[in-house]
Design a protein around this ligand. Sequence first.
Ligand SMILES: NC(=[NH2+])NCCC[C@H](N)C(=O)O
Ligand SMILES: O=C(O)CCC(=O)C(=O)O
Ligand SMILES: [Fe+2]
Length: 333
Amino acid sequence: MDRLQLEHSEVDQVNRLLDRHADELWPLDTEEALHRAAVLAHQLPERTQDRVAAFRLEQTSGVLCISGYKVDQDRLGPTPSHWRDRPDRSPAHREELALVMLGSLLGHPFAWATQQDGRLIHDVVPIKGHEHEQLGSSSEALLTWHTEDAFHPLRGDYLTFACLRNPYAAATTVGYADHLDLPDGAREVLMQERFGIRPDESHLAKNNSEPGMDAFDDINEMQRNPDLVAVLFGDPAQPYIRADPYFMIVPDGDQEAQWALDALVKAMDNAMFDMVLDGGDFCFIDNYRVVHGRKPFTPRHDGTDRWLKRINLTLDLRKSRSARPVAAVRAIH
Ligand SMILES: NC(=[NH2+])NCCC[C@H](N)C(=O)O
Ligand SMILES: O=C(O)CCC(=O)C(=O)O
Ligand SMILES: [Fe+2]
């Protein structure tokens, strides 16, 4: 993992940029605001721009954490008890804007019509009743490692988090896909289209407010009948990954594929390490080179819980153009 510790003068520069433009850039999830944020991102500290560019060019590890920014905890108020409870303008608008600007140095923010009601900026908070789910909103169960939105061919190139608070130091887990210790022959099998990845539960109608939406028909179809895809791809010596074992299946009788997948799970389980995000940390995860998950924690449900903002980024909006109703809509349907 790579860390960039912002110096005082750099934090001041970021804060001045946010002071100048926070009101102008609300609402933030419009095409105009995203465009403007991408232009303003060039006023972020040069060292930050440089490190993010190195990360994008794969000159660094697949995880970058930018620290040093201070979150005004009083301004935030209580952690919401559900992602749905977001007011029009989030009390964390400043941090959302910072995340969008930093993300714009890397790619283009996009959303899923089938996740968190199509919102561009997600809230990751523990939700009462979800404790043992395989959802970002769970808490007491281990969130098993995964590529974000692994089931979908249009999944993001990067996953980004702004940590607003994490009082009990719940750990995000991370694992690199390159240099995994796999048994002979497993890598070759994992590079073949022999694996089905079903949508994770955050994309199911029951976890959204408009269950009747057409987009859920496609999710249901992918659920019933996932395409067979490769788990490793790119350079065999340093492969990219696409996996979410908890939601994966192997066709009946393909024992070799099952063996290779089991071997991958074992190797990755051994390679995972903890990354504790703290308030003010901005974290960038390369969704091709790295998988992530989260260790169990005990939620409080009293307004003081852990709170992350999350945005998916793509390097190429054109790939999803036919899945978005108009060019200016960032949600994939
Ligand atoms: N192995 C898993 N738990 N995969 C699903 C990950 C959680 C999902 N991305 C969410 O936002 O809730
Ligand atoms: O809460 C975390 O640290 C990570 C949760 C997660 O996997 C996600 O939000 O995609
Ligand atoms: Fe995730």
